[in-house]
Design a protein around this ligand. Structure first.
Ligand code: ADP
Ligand code: ADP
Length: 229
């Protein structure tokens, strides 16, 4: 009963930076996981392995019990959606609409009406339907972030990863994001959220993973933060 399992994962960048060292953890389906840790701890590097953007150099990554390798990249990307920390890494079309439709088209959807319905629904749920014809490169960071989230909501993958989703979002955007997380959880999705917001992690997550220097420093429930007084 593990939708994600990571075993002895290690990853070293070309310049010799050992970003991950012997990382082990597992996630049950329909869980809410908060990933904490200082800058440079290896959080992004770890998440990039979960949607096969990076492949394990050492150790293994299993998604739905399948060991992920080169030939599973397409399969994994349909299953695992990633909202990157920097929205500039995720907008590339000439209109917001096309950007949000990209995932669906890429997954082989052809029915224009169906695509249209999904895209508009997704744009609406992040309150940017009015921006659909704009060039995403001309948007504010917060708006780009909303567009990137809409792109994931259009395809609704089984596992959704948000790398610091609260950054760049205004208070209304943060509220919207919390609603989206609750909806996705209610639909049975498995959610991983990288955050520096400890209050959010304790209030929201079923499982907390703390990374430090490329290793898992803590993995368990939020009780670690409960004070004995
Ligand atoms: P976090 O997401 O926790 O801030 P990262 O996974 O981004 O951590 O980074 C882990 C370590 O790997 C850091 O020391 C970082 O400087 C390094 N790193 C990240 N990306 C690269 C890269 N492309 N090339 C070399 N080193 C990198
Ligand atoms: P900025 O970084 O410029 O503040 P945001 O992405 O946070 O941009 O907000 C983008 C635009 O969307 C702003 O003009 C803001 O007024 C508007 N906006 C923010 N929240 C909502 C909302 N819940 N519904 C509709 N429009 C909103």
């Amino acid at each position: 009963d593990r939708i994600i399992e990571v075993k002895n994962l290690a990853y070293t960048y070309n310049d010799g930076t050992e970003a991950l060292q012997d990382v082990n953890f597992a996630v049950k389906p329909n869980s809410r996981v908060a990933v904490l840790g200082p800058n440079g701890a290896g959080k992004s590097t770890l998440l990039f392995h979960l949607n096969a953007l990076y492949l394990a150099q050492k150790g293994e990554v299993y998604i739905k019990s399948r060991k992920i390798g080169e030939k599973h990249k397409d399969w994994v990307r349909k299953l695992v959606g990633l909202v990157m920390q920097d929205p500039d890494d995720q907008v590339f079309s000439t209109t917001v609409y096309e950007d949000v439709a990209f995932g669906l088209v890429n997954f082989g959807w052809q029915d224009r009406d169906k695509i249209d319905k999904k895209v508009k629904q997704a744009l609406k749920s992040v309150d940017i339907l009015n921006l659909q014809d704009k060039n995403p490169h001309h948007l504010s960071y917060g708006q780009k972030k909303r567009a990137a989230i809409a792109g994931i909501l259009a395809v609704k993958p089984e596992i959704v990863i948000f790398d610091e989703p609260l950054s760049y979002l205004d208070p209304a955007g943060q509220k919207t994001l919390r609603r989206i997380l609750a909806d996705l959880y209610g639909e049975g999705k498995t959610l991983l959220v990288v955050t520096h917001d400890l209050d959010f992690a304790v209030e929201w997550a079923d499982k907390i993973i703390i990374m430090k220097k490329g290793e898992i420093f803590y993995s368990g429930d939020y009780e670690i933060f409960a004070r004995p007084d």
